[in-house]
Design a protein. Structure first.
Length: 382
């Protein structure tokens, strides 16, 4: 027969286990879900970072104003990654180790996001990528598979869309490119476009390189002009796009300019003005989109930010945070189940697109084309 003393000890032990289990559940369902955001708040891509802070803050406030997710409030912690790979690694490490965040977001520049993957692999923490488009970020054979989730399409799809318009619809064959070779985004996008051109039996007549932070493009553009291209791929970021377009106009380089998503922003409107006339670019968002959710976002953004026009760098973090909130809701507010819930995301209706992650963490994404007319971005209906 078991003695009363032994029964008492067993009862105490079981009670203690219950307390430990309760602490574990409480920790998993803590008051805050802390999101660490590595973003270029300073440096050459700081304009993108400023947009991301607006969109992210708007999403957090909207979610928390409704009580959070299953009683869990969302909190953002920022670190400046500067669009520099080593700074991105340092920022991600600080967010994980110092701030003890539950999930990461970022970066903007693909080279920096790729560098951050070592932190993801080491700490086994999920990362939601809202902007970077280099294909390797969500490679199916990457050791970070199952931890990285991207809501925007890769450069392969961006290149397909550009080629479909410039090469197929416009039937232009003499194509030149000027590429910022300091970033994996622009390099892999150039390579993907060259591949699309090669499929059509077209070889670029000129492919010039520039480095990040360069602002004098006259020598490069005169080389391109001498080749008499029918179209020029302006494959740079927002700090270089306006001066490059202005200088092309200044030297009389009259050709069809085109770009991807990096230049379809109000900053390009202001910086290049009417000298960007006729330029075509890809975009993930435009305020004229008639979709109900897009219109709701556009109105709320303008009200919150005193009539300021949003661009897709505002919308990307907004959508990404709502994707995280949706996963947390499906996880019952249990942060320990968040990664699995992200993997199971299907048909989430965002402002940019419907988001479903494939087995590699990649969402297909949707795009539109815009054209600069009269100094403004106008959606193209063709």
């Amino acid at each position: 027969m078991i003695s009363r003393k032994i029964l008492c000890l067993i009862s105490v032990f079981v009670f203690a286990l219950g307390l430990v289990a309760g602490v574990g559940v409480a920790a998993a369902k803590g008051k805050d879900l802390v999101i660490g955001y590595a973003s270029p708040l300073t440096g050459r891509a700081a304009k993108y970072g400023a947009s991301q802070k607006r969109g992210a803050a708007m999403a957090i406030d909207e979610i928390n104003a409704k009580g959070g997710v299953n009683g869990v409030k969302l909190k953002l912690v920022w670190e400046d990654s500067k669009c520099i790979p080593v700074e991105g690694v340092n920022a991600a490490e600080r967010l994980v180790v110092k701030h003890k965040v539950d999930i990461l977001m970022g970066e903007t520049c693909s080279s920096t996001t790729l560098a951050m993957l070592k932190v993801i692999e080491e700490h086994k923490i999920p990362l939601v990528v809202q902007t970077s488009t280099a294909p390797a970020i969500t490679a199916c054979n990457a050791p970070t598979k199952g931890y990285v989730f991207r809501i925007v399409p890769t450069n392969d799809l961006l290149a397909e869309q550009l080629a479909a318009y410039i090469l197929d619809k416009k039937k232009l064959k003499k194509i030149a490119a000027v590429t910022d070779v300091s970033n994996d985004w622009s390099v892999t996008l150039r390579d993907a476009f060259v591949k699309e051109a090669k499929k059509r039996g077209i070889k670029l007549i000129a492919s010039e390189s520039v480095q990040g932070r360069e602002t004098d493009f006259f020598a490069v553009l005169n080389k391109v002009k001498a080749k008499r291209p029918e179209a020029l791929f302006v494959n740079v970021m927002i700090d270089q796009g306006p001066p490059m377009v202005r200088q092309a106009h200044e030297i009389g380089l009259r050709t069809q300019l085109f770009s991807a998503q990096g230049l379809s922003t109000p900053d390009m409107e202001r910086g290049a003005g009417k000298e960007a006339e006729g330029m075509v670019a890809l975009a993930f968002y435009h305020p004229s989109n008639p979709d109900a959710l897009s219109k709701k976002f556009t109105r709320a953004f303008a009200k919150r930010y005193s009539g300021k026009q949003a661009d897709h760098y505002d919308v990307q973090p907004y959508d990404a945070i709502f994707v995280i909130a949706d996963a947390l809701k499906r996880a019952g507010g249990d942060k320990s189940k968040l990664r699995q819930a992200l993997k199971e995301t299907k048909n989430f209706k965002g402002v940019l697109s419907n988001i479903t992650f494939d087995e590699c963490g990649q969402a297909p994404g949707e795009m539109m084309k815009i054209q600069f007319r009269g100094g403004k971005m106008v959606p193209m209906l063709e």
